[in-house]
Write a protein that binds this ligand. Structure first.
Ligand code: OOG
Ligand code: MG
Length: 267
């Protein structure tokens, strides 16, 4: 790589991150950045995601974990992208149970059900297996994630959504939890409802065949960037179903067979 490219790459990553942070701050959706910047590849997109995290940490937010995206066929089909991805979670994204979301503070929020792991041990790739990943999990929770893409109509190519921290916005984790050996994560059933009407159903198998396979995938992918999942961190393993719109006055509910129920109200 020439020295010109070396100096240009971090600048590009920073400018991509700044544009997406500005869209989020100003509640302004926009076009795909890959249309204007053909050089925006996956490496640059993850570099932008890391700048995005650094800016948040610089603003006093705390890194609390990792989210996976596009780990289920339902999500991949909706977004037209077949590759899973990872992104960052900060404390500012976490909602208290029962805390409503002000819809007008966001762009076009949608809500999806997730199986959530709280890590008992550090998990570092490469070569992490599903079994090893599961052994590092301390507790399993039900969760809901609010996604809010900074791209118009959630229309993006893979580098766009990676740079946008995988559409991260808010998440809520149920207070109830179980140990990983207290449920069958593959067969764990889930319904997603809007105002009591079932919109979608799935089992844990929807997430990469096993949610811990998604966890292993995240650890192995992060290892390629010299990163790991730390003890105590939260991992959102990816929406089991397609996401539903969050509207003022409506409630989105995920109900799991063993993990229980979690509600999110739009106001
Ligand atoms: C990208 C984020 C995907 C998931 O769980 O699959 C994601 C998007 O759908 O906008 O969080
Ligand atoms: Mg998600």
């Amino acid at each position: 790589m020439s020295s010109t490219q070396e100096t240009r790459t971090p600048w590009d990553a920073a400018s991509v991150a700044e544009e997406l942070l500005a869209r989020e701050r100003e509640r302004r959706e926009g076009g795909r950045l890959t249309d204007e910047r053909p050089g925006l590849d996956l490496d640059l997109a993850y570099a932008a995601q890391d700048v995005y995290l650094a800016r948040r940490v610089g603003a006093g937010k705390r890194l609390v974990g990792v989210k996976l995206g596009l780990t289920s066929v339902a999500k991949q089909q909706r977004m037209g992208i077949t590759a899973p991805l990872t992104a960052w979670l900060t404390d500012a994204m976490e909602l208290e149970p029962e805390q409503p979301v002000e819809v007008s503070s966001l762009l076009h929020p949608r809500v999806e059900p997730e199986i959530v792991f709280v890590m008992g041990e550090r998990l570092a790739g490469p070569g992490v297996t599903t079994r090893q990943a599961l052994a590092a999990v301390e507790r399993v929770h039900a969760g809901l994630e609010v996604i809010d893409s900074r791209y118009r109509d959630f229309s993006f190519a893979l580098p766009d959504v990676v740079a946008d921290n995988a559409s991260s916005s808010r998440f809520v984790v149920s207070p109830l939890s179980v140990a990983p050996d207290e449920l069958d994560l593959v067969l764990e059933g889930c319904t997603l409802s809007v105002d009591g009407a079932v919109a979608a159903t799935a089992t844990g198998a929807a997430v990469q065949g096993h949610p811990a396979a998604a966890l292993a995938l995240a650890a192995n992918a992060l290892a390629e960037r010299g990163l790991a999942i730390e003890a105590g961190q939260v991992v959102l393993t990816g929406g089991l179903t397609d996401a539903e719109h969050l509207r003022p006055g409506s409630v989105v509910t995920a109900e799991f067979a063993t993990l229980g129920r979690v509600d999110l109200a739009g106001v």
